[in-house]
Design a protein around this ligand. Structure first.
Ligand code: FAD
Length: 547
């Protein structure tokens, strides 16, 4: 028997066995704000079920396993035939299966579909972010496919299905399917016009053979991919299935899997198309970017909600830890300086979640004004919310002290995941330039944006001043490209401020306006004015089950 050397004390219990949805008032209030009365109880029940699953010990175990046993590429079978398959740990399939069954690939077939899905995505991906990638792409492929009604009729029911089918097989035999996207090539990702992959028309109308490569192709075991390639009429969007209608494998050569900073449960592949690769055209030749942009726009909203999920989980862990851990005679959560750090982090998390839900509600609204608002608000939110994710994850990790730096706390995984959403689906500069493009070409988008932020005018003097400064900035086109990040940051902050002033508790809105709009804070987290009601902000962020 080993001698007892000490008693373990002052180590917080794990944050487990809680409902990730009901424990977050920002989410529950957002649902109350936007969900239609007719089905609000159903939406709450659905999200609470998902929240309980996300906070369960078994889902946390799946997340850990899916990341400690990353996917493995199998290029050939034992007899030397090419198979180009990626093998995932069973935990990956459990995570993905649970999410598909919960409807996280479908925002298109139910009322308030985007709101339900965005909130669900925000809840469920808190347990594991990597499998959010195929969920996101499958959901987002739908609007792009609608450019080709026959293909949409064939694929939409499978992509929005609640059935998760992990094996590759002929589409006609699969009640559920996943979709991916392959645009990025070696010579250019942001600038897809530089794509060199060629598409030669075949005898049958709408069918092509592809030759070339893709430098990034995530979730390569998906059933179907939307791909860009140069057809005779210019850059065109194609649907490329992994299994052909006759049941044989399409030529889809997986060269290798990327060794990534984070997102390790998910596979991101380099793939080649060898001239035998069969694809069907989606939309007209030469309209590739216009077609696939529908998919990109939907995944950009997911980048916002996925970042909000990382931030919320990081803040929940930090507040939970500080509530139990004592130092220098009392719980960390009661120390004025720690309270300032936690409150500052909580503000960032609340602003991100509130904005994600507002965007989802606008997608559901579907009016001309909603579409114009989204045209500017989505790239601005994608730029800013994803940028805030990494510093939030890093500071939250520090709240756990040394424990936070250790893999089993889950915090390193959040930190490694954090930068990704600001890179894929258009990196920071690309989002900022997209905002400029919309400002220059689509005056209705700016009108809708200004109408939205204008509804909060008069509620807070710092917000009013920030709106005025933004209008001055918008009126000045001198050196606009070099000023784009600064401008877009301000747009996002004013939008977040206007939402918090309207919907958040006064102490949250006050602290946000003072620090983010009024300039009364330093560059690091934990520099809020000490006179604010920081304790209430922290208490609101504490992941304690309601009731
Ligand atoms: C884990 C992971 C998974 C991915 N999965 C997929 C996938 O499934 N399918 C897919 O198609 N792609 C995927 N990508 C690729 C991703 O979308 C691209 O990496 C991204 O769009 C940037 O393209 P790039 O890497 O070619 O960088 P570049 O386009 O070379 O950009 C490099 C930098 O320059 C900036 N920049 C570009 N143009 C300008 C400009 N005009 N002015 C100022 N700055 C500029 C960018 O913001 C960026 O910071 C994935 C990437 C990662 C990291």
């Amino acid at each position: 028997m080993a001698a007892t050397t000490h008693t373990v004390t002052n180590q917080p219990p794990p944050l487990v066995g809680y409902d990730v949805f009901t424990a977050d008032p920002v989410l529950t209030e957002g649902i109350a704000r936007y969900a239609a009365d007719a089905h609000i109880d159903e939406v709450r029940e659905e999200l609470s079920r998902l929240g309980q699953a996300a906070g369960s010990a078994h889902a946390q175990r799946w997340a850990e396993q899916a990341n400690t046993h990353p996917p493995v590429l199998r290029t050939h079978d034992r007899y030397g035939h090419r198979i180009d398959e990626v093998e995932f740990h069973p935990a990956w399939h459990r995570l993905l299966g649970h999410a598909v069954t919960a409807g996280l690939t479908d925002a298109w077939t139910r009322p308030d579909g985007h709101l339900r899905r965005t909130a669900g995505f925000l809840v469920w991906t808190q347990v594991e972010a990597g499998h959010g990638c195929p969920l996101s792409m499958t959901h987002a492929a739908v609007p792009a496919l609608r450019a080709e009604p026959a293909l949409a009729a064939e694929w939409e029911p499978r992509l929005t299905s609640r059935v998760y089918e992990r094996e590759l097989g002929p589409a006609a035999e699969k009640p559920g399917a996943l979709a991916g996207m392959a645009m990025t090539e070696k010579q250019g990702g942001s600038d897809v016009r530089a794509n060199t992959t060629r598409a030669e028309p075949l005898a049958a109308d709408g069918e092509y053979a592809l030759t070339g490569h893709k430098w990034f192709c995530s979730a390569p075991m998906s059933d179907v991919f939307l791909v860009l390639a140069q057809a005779p009429g210019g850059l065109t969007c194609f649907l490329l299935p992994r299994v052909l209608p006759d049941g044989t494998r399409n030529s889809f050569r997986i060269q290798r899997l990327k060794d990534k900073l984070g997102n390790r449960s998910n596979a991101s592949a380099e793939v080649e198309f060898d001239g035998q690769t069969w694809a069907r055209r989606v939309g007209e030749e030469g309209r590739g970017v216009a077609t696939i942009i529908e998919m990109v726009a939907a995944t950009r909203l997911d980048c916002v909600s996925a970042s909000a999920a990382v931030m919320r989980q990081a803040v929940a862990q930090a507040v939970h830890h500080a509530a139990y851990r004592e130092a220098f005679g009392g719980p960390l959560i009661d120390k004025p300086l720690m309270r300032n750090v936690l409150a500052d982090l909580a503000l960032e998390s609340e602003a991100a979640t509130t904005l994600a839900l507002r965007l989802a509600a606008a997608y559901d609204g579907g009016t001309e004004r909603d579409r114009n608002f989204l045209r500017l608000a989505v790239p601005a939110a994608k730029y800013w919310v994803t940028k805030r994710c990494t510093p939030v994850a890093a500071e939250a990790l520090e709240c756990l002290g040394g424990n936070g730096y250790v893999e089993e706390s889950g915090m390193p995984r959040l930190l490694r995941e954090a930068p990704l959403n600001s890179i894929w689906e258009g990196s920071g500069n690309v989002q900022a330039l997209d905002v400029l493009r919309a400002l220059q070409r689509e005056p209705a988008a700016l009108n809708a944006f200004l109408t939205e932020i204008g509804t909060a005018r008069g509620a807070d003097h710092r917000l009013d001043r920030a709106i005025k400064a933004l209008l001055t900035e918008l009126a000045d086109l001198d050196g606009i490209e070099a000023r784009a990040r600064r401008l877009v940051e301000r747009m996002a902050l004013v939008l977040q401020g206007s939402l918090l002033v309207r919907y958040a508790p006064p102490e949250v809105a006050d602290a946000f306006c003072a620090s983010r709009l009024g300039g009364d804070a330093g560059a690091a987290f934990g520099t809020l004015p000490h006179t604010l009601d920081l304790a209430s902000i922290v208490e609101r962020a504490r992941p304690v089950p309601a009731g």
